[in-house]
Ligand binder design. Structure first.
Ligand code: SAH
Length: 221
């Protein structure tokens, strides 16, 4: 019998969205990350996985952190590098698939994720978590901001203006974006400690402008 491999949302999809203005690309950092920085929870060096055009990474660089951002969409990384140059901020941005994080060959004190994990397929998530373990030091913390199952399925008519190629997304792509706490716990069992999973909002440039999500703090043993 033919087994169908479940794919994540493709590079091509993200790449063509970044030629326009993705709804999540809000031009400033997510407030959840500003609050974490103010609370002193973001410590030391920082890796932003799926950094997009770099607003969260650049915010943390401006606060004095040694920051790297990686994303598999070259256009997003180019925009992030241009912003860093314009703002005179030192941050390193690289085109890389998060399933190849082990090739980075350095570790970070903190890893942040704003909307990456929820876009990965169910098959990719465990591979991502294994790769994540290679770039985070023992005792270091991964912060993950994702959509939750409490978020209504988006009204596609409002999204089409922002993402002309929206029809490329499959129903299962939408379904996966709405992550449950149980899924997060199941993904981070061995070798990880979940400090908290708390309700959070993700800001976006469409109605509703804030989407219900989870903010997780997960440390590596
Ligand atoms: N963190 C950014 C972008 C969120 S959208 C922000 O808050 O604005 C999710 C991002 O993850 C996109 O930029 C997409 O290109 C990237 N992405 C998705 N799957 C990826 C993968 N396998 N490897 C690297 N980046 C990926």
């Amino acid at each position: 019998m033919h087994e169908r491999k479940e794919e994540g949302i493709t590079i091509d999809f993200f790449e063509s969205v970044y030629h326009g203005e993705p709804p999540w690309d809000i031009g400033h950092p997510q407030k959840e990350y500003i609050q974490l920085e103010h609370a002193g929870e973001i410590v030391g060096s920082v890796l932003d996985v799926g950094c997009g055009t770099g607003e969260n990474a650049l915010y943390l660089a401006a606060q004095g952190h040694d920051v790297w951002g990686i994303d598999f969409a070259p256009t997003a990384i180019q925009k992030a590098q241009e912003k860093a140059a314009q703002r005179h901020l030192a941050a390193t941005f690289l085109v890389l698939n998060v399933l190849e994080l082990h090739t980075v060959e350095r570790t970070f004190d903190t890893v942040i994720d704003s909307g990456l994990f929820h876009s990965l397929s169910h098959e990719e998530r465990p591979l991502f978590v294994d790769n994540l373990a290679t770039v985070i030091r023992r005792g270091g913390t991964y912060f993950m901001l994702c959509f939750s199952e409490l978020t209504p399925v988006p009204d596609l008519s409002t999204l089409k203006d922002f993402m002309p190629n929206l029809s490329e997304l499959k129903p299962e792509d939408y379904a996966r974006l709405r992550v449950t706490q149980a899924e997060i716990k199941a993904s981070f069992q061995d070798g990880w400690r979940i400090n908290y999973i708390r309700p959070a909002t993700l800001e976006a440039r469409l109605g509703p402008n804030e989407v219900h999500g989870w903010l997780s703090s997960i440390s590596k043993d």
